[in-house]
Design a protein around this ligand. Structure first.
Ligand code: C2E
Ligand code: MG
Ligand code: MG
Ligand code: MG
Length: 291
């Protein structure tokens, strides 16, 4: 989201695009150290019901403040990690941090589900459901306190292994969302057999709703399809009232974007949750009576 950065005047460090450039390899080394040294932080962005305005949860988004390069966008370092052995370590770190935050919120009455982004490749790792199960137990959280977001690339990837992990997650009760929907090439039909509970419509369509008939129709048909499969739709990149209203009118369930709130550091996100929802944060899952 370079446009946003340009607007705020923050210049982002962009490493050489050449995959094996010394610069990128250096950055990978830095990232490994950053995980160990806790230079990485999660910010949280609210996800809101378009019908009622109730908070549904918060998406955890990674932020890296590099000691010499300054802020580096996840669109720069996540793909770098994805091409290396570091991805599992990065995801493990994010899950642990998110669970810790979820425990903090849940045990003070702010029952906002935290969505964690994972890489499609993380689903090839059978240790993932186990890490979640152990983590949830450690913090005394129900499985729906957390959700995993994964791009629709899982629909085209290594099906057999991926399906096994997805099955284990669904047995555990941790919900799965399909992120950036519409940007890939996957057949919509394949959505059907997949154990996802939520589909996030990519911001590139959503943002242009107000201007373009074509994008309006695309989003409308995705919303209809998602509903007919019994899943929830979430629009990403909602920046204006007009777009939010059009989405609500189409029957889109949730919205996320600057209109509702920017990604915020944990302390700010806590204040935001308290201000907007007190102790009545509503989420659309059935929780065990006692947590
Ligand atoms: P995403 O999961 O699709 O996250 C949504 C992105 O849209 C975030 O960018 C968010 O800051 C941005 N955004 C939110 N509202 C608006 C809006 O109203 N307008 C615009 N223009 N943008 C908005 P961010 O934080 O730079 O993250 C980019 C991507 O990096 C994420 O896309 C996700 O794929 C990846 N990512 C971020 N954190 C993690 C992580 O912890 N693990 C993994 N594997 N990937 C991550
Ligand atoms: Mg996401
Ligand atoms: Mg997305
Ligand atoms: Mg994205």
């Amino acid at each position: 989201y370079l446009a946003k950065e340009a607007r705020t005047g923050v210049e982002l460090y962009q490493p050489d695009k050449d995959r094996n450039s010394p610069e990128r390899l250096n950055l990978l080394g830095d990232l490994r150290r950053a995980i160990d040294n806790h230079e990485l932080r999660l910010h949280y962005q609210p996800k809101v019901s378009l019908g009622t305005g109730a908070v549904q949860g918060m998406e955890a988004l990674l932020r890296w403040h590099h000691p010499t390069h300054g802020p580096i966008a996840p669109s720069e370092f996540v793909p770098l990690a994805e091409q290396s052995y570091l991805m599992r370590q990065l995801t493990a770190y994010v899950i642990e941090a998110a669970l810790e935050q979820a425990a903090h919120w849940w045990h003070t009455g702010l029952r906002a589900q935290i969505s964690v982004n994972i890489s499609a490749r993380d689903l090839l790792d059978s240790a993932l459901p186990e890490q979640l199960e152990v983590g949830l137990a450690k913090y005394g959280l129900p499985p729906a306190a957390i959700q995993l977001e994964v791009t629709e690339r899982i629909l085209t990837g290594d099906q057999a292994y991926t399906q096994e992990t997805i099955k284990a997650l669904s047995t555990l009760g941790v919900p799965l969302a399909l992120d950036d929907f519409g940007t890939g090439y996957s057949s919509l039909i394949r959505l059907q057999g997949l154990a996802v509970s939520e589909v996030k419509i990519d911001a590139s369509f959503v943002r242009r709703i107000a201007e373009s008939e074509g994008d309006d129709r695309i989003v409308r048909s995705i919303v209809d399809l998602v509903r007919s499969l019994g899943l929830r739709s979430v629009a990403e990149g909602v920046e204006s009232d007009e777009v939010a209203m059009r989405l609500a009118e189409m029957g889109c369930d949730m919205g996320q974007g600057w209109l509702f709130g920017q990604p915020m550091p944990a302390t700010e996100a806590t204040t935001w949750l308290r201000d907007h929802f007190g102790t009545d944060a509503k989420i659309e899952y059935e929780y065990p009576a006692e947590v």
